[in-house]
Write a protein that binds this ligand. Sequence first.
Ligand SMILES: [Zn+2]
Length: 479
Amino acid sequence: MALLLHSDINALHKASKAKLIHMKIQRERRESEKNYEYDFSGLQYPGETDGSGLPLIPSPSLFSSLHSTTADSPWLVEHGIPTVAHCATHLELLEVFFALRNKIINSEQLDNTFGVKVVAKIVYRRKYDSTTKGYVSRRTTLRDDSIKFRRREKWSYYLSIAVERFKFWIEKADKAMFEEWRSSSKKPALPCLPPLDVLMVWHAFLLNPIDFDSYCGDHSLYAIRQIQFPWVQIHNSIDTDEWTYEVPLGANDWTTKVANMEPDLFVYLQQTGAIPKSISRTLRKYGDSNVPIGSMWDYLRGFGLSRREEIFLDLLLNIQMKDKTSERLIGNVLRQASFVDKMHDHLWICSPAAEGTLYRAIARYHKFLKLFQLYPGNILVPTLDIDLVWHTHQCSAAFYENSMRERTGRYIDHDDKIGKTALDSGIDETQKLFRLRFGQEYSLCLCWDCEMTLTMLEKLEKNSALFQTDSIGSIVEHG
Ligand SMILES: [Zn+2]
């Protein structure tokens, strides 16, 4: 540690704090449209800068291996283990999911679409009137305390529609891929990126590998498990200023023309809510507590609907069936939301140490897999950084299964439904085994400052014989 100058560490703390504050301000500015200025001078940030010298965040170099065929890919082909670029793209995607949830909850247009409105409750209260010296009844309007809660409920309406769209999409996508696969013998590939809501449901489903596997078996889906998750296309579709996802123009043709699906559910819900039609009347039933949802049936089947609108109405009808699979799929996304929140809190994707953090996370994941192989009877619980790599790995279903069998001798499920007590004892156990086997600390702090310090130490280590390889992990272990 003595090799690290005190001033360097101070500068790093300052830089990471400044950056986090800046990002918070940016978010607030977007929300309130106020004009803030921030002084970037003195911010130490590695990597590329834009024309005016401001750092590009996230750094484009994080993703360079997505496009190269040499750097990381031999590793990927051999073992199917994710690369830094895959994990970085995954972090981008999770940030997009985070922003989407906020957008849905805060959208006033969707309040209108789903019929969420302030319910003015009027009561009459007896009050003493000093002029007439007697009691009178006064009309009082009560504040609607439930509106905040009902506005949040939009997220679950959105999810229930997303899940039905996913079930429809996966059949269509798999069929298209399977036919292509059979006729050309090329490896199966997605016909085009799915809409964001569908991608989110699919992503959360993939994090339950054995469940996804049996769903594919039950529904005769042969191709979709075989593909690599489309990290390159996803990275290319994300705007990291606004954390939005937009498939390039023309790339949605398959979704709209072949699958007959709306490419952007949010936009569609906004637009549909504004036009009085049977679809909008149906959607409005969700948030209107005065109308039982069962009465949706009465409003279905309007005249002159397009094929796409008919399909959409059918999906809304399916929601009423309260299908067990749909509920499970919604549950997957809801459980995944806490991981999305944790990744947003750590915001590694914007950290000046991002590359080092992800590189070390992958190295630690390799060790985590080694523990699976060595201790098959134990419940092993990942740390946040290891979990990110694990999730990234699971997104390419068949690759995940194969490399797990190869490395650990079995197909390991990812159970995110374990209770807290079992989880805590699992963490203790994993920590013990990790220390025992690798002589390194398992639970790390993972904040920007500690991660940047580790990155600097690693640089020093490379240039100096004073440190021994693999000794760094144990230096930073505080909370
Ligand atoms: Zn720390």
